[in-house]
Design a protein around this ligand. Sequence first.
Ligand code: GTP
Length: 350
Amino acid sequence: MKRRIATESLQQSGMPTVAPDVVAAALTSAEYALFAAVGRPRRCYAGETLFRRGDLGTTMYVIASGAIDLDFGDDLVSKRLGPYEFFGELGLLIGDHARSADAIAASDGELIELRHEEFQRLVDDDPERVSHFLRRAIMRVVLNEQSLIRRLRRRNQDLQTALDSLRATAHQLNQTEELIRTDELTGLHNRRGLAQHLAERRRTGSLKGLGLVLVDCDRFKQVNDDHGHLIGDRVLQSVASILRSVASDGDIACRLGGDEFCLLVSADSRDAVLGFADFIVTTTRGLMQVPRHAEPGEVPLACSVSIGACLVDDARDWNDWYAQADTALYRAKRMGGNRVEWQDDAFAAA
Ligand SMILES: Nc1nc2c(ncn2[C@@H]2O[C@H](COP(=O)(O)OP(=O)(O)OP(=O)(O)O)[C@@H](O)[C@H]2O)c(=O)[nH]1
């Protein structure tokens, strides 16, 4: 029954059909009698190692009683062989072959050892039976190799699947991290994103030559009150777009919360920082004047903004820079908004 199943599964797998007795791992009783007549009997004991993977060997073994475990290592399936089954035949057939498995006795038992001299006597005594045995032995090696290749392929596929799923998870994590540091409404960095950016710049020593532009919408509450929250959102998005258009690679535009934004830009002089700030104020002003014929009522595209600007002292931290820029922003608000104010470091310290 076992033999029939083995042949059927081979046919299903598209491999060449082989006679059932060729596939069998056990010797026929005639073969066993022949091998037993010339081989050397040997006792083995549970746990005894007959050979290790990689050992060179020229002896073949037939099991007379007991059981032997073959362990091919590398997570491959181990095999347990019983009476009449044989192993180690490649060593005998091709000479000094590196063993492909550990062979360990699973119980006490009897083995028949065959070395080259004994095998030569077999060939002389019964060449026909030995030739039949040889064909089987070779076919068994081929089948074992093919089954090994199939198992390795399957393992490879499993690994590939695991790798794909790891990649997908890493991608999702990246996306989640991106979401965590991004402001949902405007797509700018949020405070967390800004903090990460600053920590990274401090770590790499690249906080020199920066300017801070602190932006706050003027009378934004009124926009919400007059036109509703959705229009308010759109106005915030317009301001965010202007900041984004100014930021180059390495700069960071951020929504600090509500209607407050900031831009941290590469700039090594007051004029350079003021250039960015003026552009933002002028552009929001310009947007407020764009005619909106398609819109019912006077729905604003933007609102005016107040800006406080300063140069960043890399020996200090965010709280100091923010306080410095905020001093200027507060002044701009007090003066009616829609303008830029500058704050020197010395003035902040005073
Ligand atoms: N539409 C909208 N409104 C927001 C959002 N976040 C905060 N706000 C509103 O923004 C308004 C900010 O109001 P205030 O802090 O008083 O500032 P302001 O009205 O601009 O006044 P000044 O800064 O003094 O010119 C509040 O009414 C908040 O409810 C948001 O995500 N969307």
